[in-house]
Write a protein that binds this ligand. Structure first.
Ligand code: GTP
Length: 235
């Protein structure tokens, strides 16, 4: 495998599958199987999952709710998804530990960096819930922050598109995919990879990003073994 320790960022929306809300069990199990393949291949896997299938902070604001309140609700939504993923992984005998940025000791461990690293070293999948624990930060930022803290080799952003394109492929049929691209080029071309906070954090800490299609079975393992799947963003 090309990478020893990874941080996998999954989107909450993707967990919905074809549903309009909540969690699609088939999709959830598929993600668990993908992760198991990575673990079986000897890769240390940490996961951050969004909460958009349950609640989005931005929507709350549009509805007249305080942004900060909405963001905290979104963080709780990520914990729900994290617990679902934890169960799905345990169902297929993958050892896991869930750590939350907001303490909820009846449900999971608090985030402790050194413990997280020990868990990874022991081959456990560590899921980080509740984002960064702070409002105004996205789960992409949480994923980046945790990836840097645990010294992951790469952040893998699993999405429903198979990489970064010259333009939005859903709007422009002439758009072509980059196999790799530099951080600077992404800035210059104004391409959307992650929000700016997350993206800058990656750039400043030299953390490569791979954007790839997580919904295609076998893709995660392919990325990890170095196949040119998706788009690699690096210095
Ligand atoms: P090592 O013994 O260091 O290998 O790690 P471990 O995670 O097995 O040890 P620990 O005794 O810390 O944890 C045993 C179980 O309790 C694991 O499933 C942990 O996720 C869980 N656990 C540990 N701390 C907490 C906590 O604060 N809250 C909750 N809900 N569970 C916890």
């Amino acid at each position: 495998m090309k990478y020893k320790r990874i941080l996998l960022k999954l989107s909450g929306e993707a967990l919905m599958g074809n549903k309009k809300f909540g969690i699609d069990n088939e999709r959830l199990s598929q993600y668990a199987r993908e992760i198991k393949q990575a673990v079986d291949g000897g890769v240390e896997v940490a996961v951050v999952i969004g909460g958009g299938n349950i609640f989005r902070g931005i929507q709350a604001e549009q509805g007249g709710m305080d942004r900060v309140q909405g963001d905290y609700m979104g963080m709780l939504a990520t914990v729900i998804n994290s617990m679902a993923l934890q169960s799905a992984l345990e169902n297929i005998q993958v050892e896991t530990r869930l750590q939350s940025a907001i303490k909820m000791e009846q449900i999971c461990e608090p985030f402790i960096r050194r413990k997280a690293v020990r868990h990874l070293e022991k081959g456990r999948v560590v899921i980080f819930g509740a984002g960064t624990g702070n409002p105004y930060f996205t789960t992409d930022t949480a994923a980046t922050l945790r990836a840097i803290e645990i010294e992951a080799n790469v952040i893998l952003k699993g999405t429903r598109v198979d990489g970064i394109y010259t333009a939005d492929p859903e709007k422009d049929p002439a758009a072509t995919k980059y196999e790799s691209i530099s951080f600077t080029e992404v800035y210059e071309k104004g391409l959307e990879v992650m929000d700016m906070t997350a993206f800058t954090l990656c750039k400043e800490n030299n953390l490569p990003i791979i954007v790839f299609d997580m919904n295609k079975p076998g893709n995660l393992k392919k990325v990890l073994s170095g196949e040119a799947i998706g788009t690699l963003v690096e210095v």
